[in-house]
Write a protein that binds this ligand. Structure first.
Ligand SMILES: NC(=O)c1ccc[n+]([C@@H]2O[C@H](COP(=O)([O-])OP(=O)(O)OC[C@H]3O[C@@H](n4cnc5c(N)ncnc54)[C@H](O)[C@@H]3O)[C@@H](O)[C@H]2O)c1
Length: 341
């Protein structure tokens, strides 16, 4: 498929091709492919000439995210819960395990499903990759670092984390840490080609803003566009670093296709640290909103600072973020004004 859009997908394809990285002709299984990052990855892979099998149970993903791909003969959709066994007959070259609810508001409501997707689910996905002799890529998270010791911000991959195993975020943090341990076990016991990306806050069109799915960027944008109060937790001095979706997808695909990245775990995120209050003010300004900014209690175990050390991604993958926060927010705001896609 070759869609003439200004979404940035064509730029990712050109950038990979320029560095001789190819996924053309490969068959890729993406669990969680109907989600935010998954659906962008499916579409980019199709543009690169890959065949895509997208597996999802629509726990938090949307049919609308992939409906425009369904007419492509290289795209197949399977509705399935990956924490239950499944046989895939088509020969696979790569398995990407992305299936997992990922929003802090979902940690309260679906902790068991989150744990299952990153333990039973990754076990099923690794088993499929092993049977096919396929490469395996796992989307882990910056949350494996927990609330990092200030001496390790920006945080390198070598930092082992500061995670509360019995806190409200543990269903996600510890599930992802267990997921990483599963990947390492399959690599050492079965000699599999594995790669892990630790994703830092990623945003862009197709992110859900509704109800419990509202992560900070889409929530602020929805609130600002409706002139509702923009709800900041704590005093807003906690920091995050925000990565635009096309930068994230390019990082993931570079990790999947770079030969010397086998066995590696790599941070992919923007290394410009911002306070949450700055983000709220920026969204208010860019939307021209009359919203007030209101302050609410900080959730338990909310990390104070989050910023990746991306020197490994720069060195190993020749990757660095290209889209600045203002540019990415404007693209996201425009998409939300026209239906979120
Ligand atoms: N977006 C971010 O900022 C971010 C940050 C760190 C890590 N991640 C990771 O990236 C991956 C994708 O996240 P996202 O932001 O696209 O979230 P998302 O909620 O939009 O996508 C997750 C997808 O997984 C599917 N899913 C969940 N459980 C499933 C199951 N048991 N079987 C089959 N499908 C299932 C959902 O329906 C959804 O389509 C997740 O693994 C997440 O933990 C994302």
């Amino acid at each position: 498929m070759d869609r003439d859009t200004d979404s940035g997908i064509i730029d990712i394809c050109n950038s990979l091709k320029k560095d001789g990285l190819t996924l053309e002709g490969m068959t890729v299984l993406i669990t969680g492919g109907a989600g935010f990052i998954g659906s962008w990855t499916c579409e980019t892979l199709l543009n690169l000439g890959a065949r895509v099998i997208c597996l999802d149970n629509f726990a938090s993903g949307l049919k609308d995210n992939i409906s425009h791909l369904e007419s492509d003969e290289d795209f197949t959709f399977i509705k399935h819960d990956i924490s239950k066994p499944i046989r895939i007959d088509k020969k696979l070259d790569i398995v990407m395990h992305m299936a997992s609810r990922a929003s802090p508001f979902e940690f309260d409501k679906f902790p068991i499903q989150i744990l299952k997707a990153n333990t039973l689910g990754i076990w099923v996905a690794l088993g499929i990759a092993k049977k096919h002799g396929a490469k395996f890529l796992y989307t882990s998270t910056s949350e494996v670092y927990g609330d990092p010791d200030q001496r390790f911000v920006p945080t390198p991959e070598t930092y082992n984390g500061n995670v509360n195993p019995v806190g409200p975020r543990s269903c996600y943090d510890e599930a992802k840490r267990a997921g990483e341990a599963f990947v390492m076990a399959y690599r050492s016991q079965h000699g599999m080609d594995t790669r892990m990306v630790r994703i830092f806050n990623t945003y862009g069109p197709k992110m859900r803003a509704d109800d419990i799915y509202g992560r900070v960027v889409p929530r602020f944008i929805e609130q600002a566009l409706n002139n509702d109060p923009i709800t900041v937790f704590g005093d807003g001095t906690q920091t995050r670093s925000f990565t635009y979706i096309t930068d994230q997808v390019e990082g993931i695909l570079r990790l999947a296709s770079t030969d010397k990245a086998s066995g590696e775990v790599v941070n992919i995120g923007n290394d410009k640290e911002r306070t949450i209050l700055d983000l709220a003010l920026m969204v208010k300004e860019l939307t021209g909103s009359s919203s007030d900014i209101t302050f609410h209690p900080l959730p338990v175990d909310d990390p104070k600072r989050r910023c990746p050390d991306i020197s490994k991604a720069k060195r190993l993958l020749k990757w660095q973020p290209k889209v600045g926060l203002k540019e990415g927010l404007l693209k996201t705001i425009n998409a939300f004004k026209t239906g979120g896609m």
